[in-house]
Ligand binder design. Structure first.
Ligand code: SF4
Length: 375
């Protein structure tokens, strides 16, 4: 098999039997019992592919079945409001996926009479569907010869073919796409082939502990032969993530706390959360400006949460308040942005709202420690 230092020689990579080996291995040793494998329904396959973006299978399983119980068909999802959809995504992270999912369902309902198109190019034009997700839906639901190249598959190809360079760079990625397309099976078997690549990346050629002894590609794998498995793929050059600091206000009146719905765009868009304040803002004055009278104030332990581009360090403050709150939203810290809706909720009921994961954890702890909840 040819060796490579760069994907620019991709067309010479295709070696006999790559697809055959992946297909045979998938049929014999791959995963067969995942809930989205038992169907060719494009709606269910699309939902699984979107949920699995940046999320492990184990974390997705419960969300997937709850979501389908509530929205068993694309038409039911398209007919729902975003507010009805978000609670079924809360905790799964990357919330733009849920907003795009909902927008995509509406577009398919309106422009394709509720049926996903089979053409990968048309799929890719829909909200929230990138090239790899389009390839996966086309291959798994419609049997189309389309390539996938998610993070797991990039890792497998980079090791098997000894591809150097940063796989997130457009020039390198373009060549790897060509390679992925050149490797597709010529005849039958696009479904098990696509699933096989996914399974290999998730269960055998894992990032930290690849099991080369169980790999059908081991005899030709450049990384294994040259003892460079730990080195490939080359890590992405990441800039250090900055830290953003802000306050989170837990406004309390008797057993209730105040929650606000966040603007659709931006971090945690469309979810419910606690009012936020710039770290330097005057807490007492801000609360008075909202028509409330603060009667007691207590700092709570700091929480940190990592986003892809920054780390959020939040300083929660519990404030007992009296009075009637003025609607219009506490300053979100961004000029001109205020949370559009708010609601007093009994502390024991707050987790019924679609909350970001760190806020849900903060409120669960707070509820337990204040004696309002059992667990
Ligand atoms: S032989 Fe090892 S490194 Fe190469 S593809 Fe298989 S599991 Fe990955």
């Amino acid at each position: 098999m040819p060796r490579s230092r760069s994907p620019s020689v991709a067309p010479t990579f295709a070696f006999g039997g790559f697809a055959d080996r992946v297909i045979r291995w998938q049929l014999r040793s791959g995963r067969h019992s995942l809930p989205w494998q038992a169907t060719q329904d494009a709606y269910r396959i699309w939902l699984s592919e979107v949920m699995l973006q940046q999320t492990q299978v184990a974390a997705v399983l419960g969300y997937y079945s709850r979501f389908l119980e509530r929205f068993p068909t694309l038409s039911e999802l398209a007919a729902a409001t975003l507010d009805e959809v978000m609670p079924y995504w809360a905790g799964l992270g990357y919330y733009s996926r849920a907003r795009n999912l909902w927008a995509c369902a509406r577009e398919v309902q309106t422009h394709y009479r509720g049926q996903f198109p089979a053409d990968p190019a048309l799929l890719e034009a829909l909200p929230g569907i990138g090239r790899s997700t389009a390839g996966a839906i086309a291959a798994l639901a419609f049997g189309r010869r389309a390539a996938i190249l998610d993070g797991n598959v990039r890792r497998v190809l980079s090791r098997v073919f000894g591809i150097e360079g940063d796989l997130t760079q457009a020039t390198v990625l373009r060549e790897v796409w060509l390679l992925a397309e050149g490797l597709l099976p010529r005849g039958q078997g696009i479904g098990p082939y696509t699933q096989g690549l996914m399974d290999l990346g998730a269960t055998v050629c894992t990032r930290a502990r690849p099991r080369c002894e169980a790999c059908p590609l081991a005899s030709d794998c450049v990384a294994r032969i040259e003892n460079r498995v730990k080195e490939l793929p080359h890590p992405r050059r990441r800039a250090a993530r900055p830290t953003r600091e802000q306050r989170l206000l837990i406004l309390r009146q008797a057993s209730s706390i105040w929650l606000e719905r966040r603007p659709e765009r931006g971090i945690w868009g469309g979810l419910w959360s606690l009012p936020e304040l710039e770290i330097s803002a005057d807490v007492i004055q801000t609360i008075r400006d909202r028509g409330l009278n603060p009667t007691a104030l207590q700092d709570l332990p700091v929480i940190e949460h990592g986003f892809s581009h920054f780390v959020l360090r939040a300083y929660p403050v519990e404030v007992q308040v009296e009075g009637e709150i003025k609607l219009g939203g506490v300053d979100s810290g961004r000029p001109g942005q205020t949370a559009p809706q708010g609601q007093w909720l009994d502390l024991a009921d707050v987790t019924s709202k679609a909350l970001p994961k760190p806020v849900a954890e903060l409120l669960r702890t707070f509820c337990r420690e204040s004696g309002a909840c059992d667990s």
